[in-house]
Design a protein around this ligand. Structure first.
Ligand code: SAM
Length: 285
C-alpha cells in the first residue's frame, strides 16, 4: 500500500502530466480535497461541457481555464492537449463522476501512456460503484456493462452474452428506457434479484429492489425521473437449488442438445456453451 500524501504535499508545485479527476455525481460535497487542489493548480482543465464544469468550478471558487474535450475531438485537438501535458499539469474531468467510465478520456489516456506522459488518477465518485454499495446484491464479483443497447436485437444479444457471468451486472440507464430494459431482463432472467438505484447522492435518492417484472410494473405506473443505475444479481440461487444435469436430461427428452442447452441456460443463467457440451455428453451416455 502506498503512503498517504501528507497535507504539505498539496502546496508543492504540481508536476506536468495528465490528471484524471473524478467530480460529484449530484451532491457537490462529494469532491475530494486532492481533486480540488489539482483543479485549482493545473494549467488547464479539459472537460466535456464548459458550462457544466464551469458551474462546479464557480461553486469551488476555482478560476482555472477550461478547454472542451470529448471523444469526438479531432486527433489535432487531442495532440494539442497531450503536448501541453508534456510540460504542464492538465486535468481531465467529465460532466459528472469518474472520467472514462461511460465518459470521454480513453483515447487521451491511452495515447498519453503511449507517449510516456505521466498519468495520475484522482479517484472519487462513480455512479456504478455507488449503486453497487447501495443495492445489497452480492458484490464479491461484479461486471460493469455500461448502457444497454437501444435496439431490441442488440439488447437481447448483450443480455444473452452476459447471462453466463456469475457476477452482479451493472448497467447505466435512463428514465425513458428503464421499463423497456426491465422487461427485457424479465424475459431472460425472471427470477433474478434486480435493483434500481436512482438519483444517487441527490435529494430524491432511492434504491428499489425486486424481480424485473414487478419493478417494470412499478415504474410503468410511476415513471422515473433522473439518473439511474440498474443492477442484476448473479444467477447463483436458482442454479444451486436445481441440478443442471437433471434439467438438461428433462429437456433432452423433448429436444436436441443445442435447444436443451439454450433452455437450461435461460432458466439458470449458466453458460450456454458449457451446458451444450454437457448435454452432448449426457446424450451419449
Ligand atoms: N462517468 C460517470 C460515473 O462515473 O458514474 C457516468 C457517466 S454516464 C454518461 C451517465 C450515467 O451514469 C447516467 O445515465 C446514469 O446511468 C449514471 N449516473 C450518473 N449519475 C448518477 C446518479 N446520481 N444516480 C444514478 N445514476 C447516475
Amino acid at each position: 500500500m502506498s503512503t498517504p500524501q501528507p497535507e504539505s504535499a498539496l502546496s508543492e508545485p504540481l508536476e506536468a502530466g495528465l490528471y484524471i479527476v473524478a467530480t460529484p455525481i449530484g451532491n457537490l460535497g462529494d469532491i475530494t480535497v486532492r481533486a480540488v487542489d489539482v483543479l485549482r493548480r493545473c494549467e488547464v482543465i479539459a472537460c466535456e461541457d464548459t458550462r457544466v464544469t464551469g458551474k462546479l468550478l464557480k461553486h469551488l471558487g476555482i478560476q482555472t481555464r477550461m478547454q472542451r474535450y470529448d471523444d469526438h475531438a479531432s486527433d489535432r485537438q487531442r495532440a494539442a492537449i497531450l503536448d501541453r501535458a508534456r510540460s504542464e499539469p492538465v486535468a481531465l474531468v467529465s460532466d459528472a463522476g469518474t472520467p472514462l467510465i461511460s465518459d470521454p478520456g480513453y483515447r487521451l489516456v491511452r495515447e498519453a501512456r503511449g507517449a510516456g506522459i505521466a498519468v495520475t488518477s484522482i479517484p472519487g465518485p462513480c455512479a456504478a460503484i455507488a449503486g453497487l454499495t447501495l443495492a445489497g446484491l452480492p458484490n464479491d464479483r461484479f461486471l460493469f456493462a455500461g448502457f444497454l443497447p437501444v435496439k431490441e436485437k442488440a439488447r437481447g444479444d448483450m443480455l444473452a452474452e452476459l447471462g453466463g457471468a456469475d457476477a452482479t451486472l451493472i448497467f447505466y440507464e435512463t428514465g425513458p428506457r428503464l421499463v423497456r430494459s426491465l422487461r427485457a431482463i424479465a424475459g431472460v432472467w425472471p427470477d433474478r434479484e434486480v435493483a434500481v438505484a436512482r438519483e444517487l447522492t441527490k435529494l430524491h435518492e432511492e434504491c428499489r429492489t425486486g424481480e424485473a417484472e414487478a419493478l417494470a410494473q412499478w415504474y410503468e405506473a410511476n415513471p422515473p425521473k433522473g439518473e439511474i443505475v440498474l443492477l442484476v444479481g448473479p444467477p447463483g440461487d436458482i442454479a444451486s437449488t436445481e441440478d443442471p444435469d437433471d434439467l438438461l436430461r428433462e429437456a433432452l427428452d423433448e429436444m436436441g442438445a443445442s435447444k436443451a442447452a439454450g433452455k437450461v441456460a435461460k432458466a439458470t443463467g449458466l453458460d450456454r456453451q458449457a451446458l451444450y457440451a454437457r448435454a452432448v455428453e449426457l446424450k451419449s451416455q
